[in-house]
Design a protein around this ligand. Structure first.
Ligand code: FAD
Length: 312
């Protein structure tokens, strides 16, 4: 068992910013990450909306955040956290990892989320063999092929634009009659000759033997079905309809809303003293790197105040 005053769970933009701000407040902290540093943004080919850094790849941005925190002296652990307990008597948290147990007086939970499945028939069957949730990771498998992008938000527009540089054609499948993205992104896909936007449309099913061979689209207003035969290995589906918050660790310790997002105060506090929650895992109107980083800064500041490292 290792002891630090603060344990940060998650090494995405929220967790890494918390690590930087905790370090600047002289808090003894460790940041625990199960996968690659940078979290979800590592999957993005291009980030051009983080202030001060133009045209950076998501992978590089994540690494830069990690290296920045490391340069300031932050401590890290590569581990998967599978349990979080709080003892009201000792007022200590036990963060149970696969390799170690981390004891601390405060915790910042910054576990983000995982891609939300679209729910069409065949999605699970063809996951990783025609159905993907990461264009940067899998886009190259569809060079000069047709891809379908499910979703109409910022990420769907960005990733459709990225895929259009690799694929012969990108069909955006949008349930509503409009895109729900920033105006510049909407313009980018609407003016892109390789992107076709199908409004009031959803994927009903994928069918095939081993690999998807056909796709059936459904008109979300009339219910009318349209089956398109592509042939095995000639097309793919990318799903970008948001994330499922990774909030399971704080069930019973913090309030969750109907979507499983953690409800926090403006200072990122929860109903458990010393437990703060930051980034995509919490209830928030915008899920972006800049908002996750801001949450991480506020959470670390609140933890420092809680621990007595900062006085106001
Ligand atoms: C494809 C894609 C493109 C995007 N493009 C942009 C963009 O251009 N601009 C922008 O601003 N935003 C973009 N976003 C959104 C942005 O990536 C997220 O809003 C941001 O990463 C959220 O940061 P976070 O730290 O809250 O969570 P995450 O990035 O999800 O990080 C959470 C981290 O916690 C770790 N973790 C989870 N559970 C555990 C556990 N039990 N134990 C240990 N570690 C754990 C995860 O491995 C992960 O590294 C994009 C997202 C995607 C998926």
């Amino acid at each position: 068992m290792v002891y630090h005053d603060l344990t940060v769970v998650g090494g995405g933009p929220a967790g890494l910013t918390a690590a930087i701000y905790a370090n600047r407040a002289a808090v003894d902290a460790v940041t625990v990450e199960s996968g690659s540093w940078g979290g979800q943004i590592s999957q993005s080919d291009l980030v051009d909306n983080y202030p001060g850094i133009e045209n950076v790849s998501g992978f590089d941005l994540g690494i830069r955040m990690h290296d920045h925190a490391e340069h300031l002296g932050a401590a890290f652990a590569q581990d998967t956290v599978h349990g979080l307990a709080y003892d009201p008597e000792t007022q200590l948290f036990l963060v149970e990892g696969a390799s170690d147990t981390y004891q601390s007086r405060a915790v910042v939970l910054a576990t983000g989320g995982t891609p939300r499945p679209a729910g069409f028939e065949g999605e699970e069957e063809f996951r990783g063999r025609g159905v993907s949730y990461c264009a940067t990771c899998d886009g190259m498998f569809y060079r000069d092929k047709v891809t379908y992008v499910v979703g109409g938000g910022n990420t769907a527009c960005e990733e459709a634009d990225f895929l259009s540089r690799i694929c012969s054609k990108v069909v955006m499948v949008v349930r509503k009659d409009h895109l729900r993205a920033q105006a510049s992104l909407v313009e980018r896909v609407e003016l892109n000759p390789k992107v076709e936007v199908r409004y009031r449309c959803a994927i009903a099913k994928l069918e095939g033997d081993g690999l998807p061979e056909s796709i059936t689209l459904r008109d979300t207003e009339t219910g009318e079905l349209e089956r398109v035969e592509h042939g095995a290995g000639t097309f793919g589906v990318f799903v970008f309809i948001g994330t499922v918050p990774a909030s399971g660790l704080v069930e019973g310790l913090a309030e969750l809303n109907g979507n499983g997002e953690v409800v926090t105060g403006a200072d990122m506090s929860t109903s458990t003293p010393g437990l703060f929650v930051a980034g995509d895992v919490r209830q928030t109107p915008l899920r972006q790197v800049v908002t996750a980083a801001a949450d991480g800064a506020v959470a670390a500041n609140s933890a420092a105040l809680f621990l007595g490292n900062l006085v106001i």
